[in-house]
Design a protein around this ligand. Structure first.
Ligand code: HEM
Length: 167
């Protein structure tokens, strides 16, 4: 069974999770913040006490940053030097699933570990197919403070390991 110590080595799975957060961030506008003092960022003036939203959903679909934005393509995150794929934001700030800075999600390491572990075990233990008669899995979302799926996920799990593994 997959162990926590395996997770740093599962680089393709890490790409899958990063790509999922690029396309489907849990909070599309993160949590609203307020500027304490006036500032200017890349020519945009932000007065003090302005409510600021970070549109991380738009960041993940920004065509100046990403090619083929609507394609789920985990390989795009594969590091040329073989280093570990970063799922929280890296130095380039190209995705911000947990926000950044001093109010960044303090649960990010735990969140990343739980998501990786759940997926790793589900992929290791089962083959997954769409329900009978369907060829794809519907990933349409509802926009709001969070982004739940529009329709419940329906997928068929078939065990792929020896029986005793599941007890
Ligand atoms: C995949 C899982 C998770 C995601 C995608 C996520 C995402 C986020 C985001 C986007 C924020 C807002 C940051 C901002 O203010 O801009 C946040 C805040 C926060 N998260 Fe998470 N989170 C996850 C898991 C967790 C876990 C497991 C915990 C606790 C064990 C946690 C605790 C918190 C807390 C306390 C804040 C508020 C931080 C503050 O305002 O200073 N999160 N999270």
């Amino acid at each position: 069974m997959v162990k926590e110590s395996d997770l740093t080595h599962l680089n393709y799975l890490r790409c899958v999770v990063r790509e999922t957060f690029r396309m489907h961030p849990a909070g599309p506008l993160l949590i609203p913040h307020e500027s304490l003092r006036p500032t200017t960022i890349q020519g945009f003036h932000i007065p003090a006490q302005t409510r600021v939203f970070i549109n991380t959903h738009a960041l993940g679909r920004n065509r100046k940053i990403w090619a083929d934005v609507d394609e789920f393509r985990p390989e795009r995150h594969w590091p040329a030097d073989g280093s570990r794929v970063e799922i929280s934001h890296g130095a380039d700030f190209k995705i911000l699933p947990f926000s950044a800075g001093k109010r960044k999600c303090p649960g990010a390491p735990l969140g990343v570990t739980l998501v990786l572990m759940a997926l790793a075990r589900l992929f290791h233990c089962f083959n997954w197919t769409p329900p009978d008669g369907e060829t794809t899995i519907d990933t349409t979302e509802v926009y709001g403070m969070t982004m739940p799926k529009a329709r419940p996920l329906l997928a068929v799990a078939t065990p792929r390991l020896a029986d005793h593994t599941y007890h």
